[in-house]
Design a protein around this ligand. Structure first.
Ligand SMILES: Nc1nc(=O)n([C@H]2C[C@H](O)[C@@H](COP(=O)(O)O)O2)cc1CO
Ligand SMILES: [Zn+2]
Length: 154
């Protein structure tokens, strides 16, 4: 989970940085991701806004951003995500849940579940899909409040 948090720091989304880390059953790191625009799609040309003044959805980030979970699964250095565990700083949306299920991930460990009224159905659907597909879901219980990183010679 700490690696998912560290990965989130790399996101350029000014409103919400999300990170994910895919690990094997034994805890070996297989893939890391954060929310961002697709490869080759410039942050200078696409908007990070949540709302546009004109009301045009194409002037918001939503149609373009790749979620952290999808990036972690696609960035894997392993042939398949089957039977693996996905650590994610935020509970996955329904679209990510579909990809998590289809890629064969067997467990999702999340840090926080965002509760936003107008998107509540997204998370109800996500829970429903993950539960129907038999993907284990649990909230991370941190053993410590922080992990300081010092850049100095050991
Ligand atoms: N699990 C998630 N993984 C993600 O990568 N995200 C990303 C997509 C957007 O870039 C941002 C959410 O933006 P906002 O609606 O909080 O301004 O976080 C969001 C969630 C929450 O479901
Ligand atoms: Zn998602």
């Amino acid at each position: 989970m700490a690696i998912a948090f560290l990965s989130a720091e790399r996101s350029k989304d000014p409103n919400r940085q999300v990170g994910a880390c895919l690990v094997s059953q034994e805890g070996i790191i297989l893939g890391i991701g954060y929310n961002g625009f697709p490869r080759g799609c410039s942050d200078d040309k696409l908007p990070w806004a949540k709302k546009s003044a004109s009301g045009d959805p194409l002037e918001t980030k939503f149609p373009y951003v790749v979620h952290a979970e999808v990036n972690a699964i696609l960035n894997t250095n392993h042939a398949s995500a089957a039977g693996q565990k996905l650590y994610v700083t935020m509970f996955p949306c329904n679209e990510c849940a579909k990809i998590i299920i289809q890629s064969g991930v067997s467990e999702v460990i999340y840090f926080v579940e965002k509760k936003i009224d107008n998107s509540a159905h997204v998370y109800v659907a996500s829970h429903k899909l993950l539960s129907m597909a038999g993907v284990k879901v649990r909230k991370h219980q941190p053993q410590m409040a922080q992990i300081p990183i010092k850049f100095q010679e050991p």
